[in-house]
Design a protein around this ligand. Sequence first.
Ligand SMILES: [Zn+2]
Length: 76
Amino acid sequence: MGLPRLILLGIMIGLGMWLWRRFNSRSAPPAKPAVSQSMVRCAHCHLHLPEDRAIQKNQQWYCSAEHLEHGPKARD
Ligand SMILES: [Zn+2]
């Protein structure tokens, strides 16, 4: 009869997959969340941009040299 062998095969496959997943989860480095880049706001146009692309002056951030020249502008 093939049914007991099929059941055994199913159990073995299930066990194999469980072991494989267990092994994989151990060997793979834990999913590290992407380092969220701190966003800053341009003091002139209020555009949000990553800190490394912004220009800082007098504790204010600007999106471009042009806006740095214009200086901070209050939101109406
Ligand atoms: Zn700007």
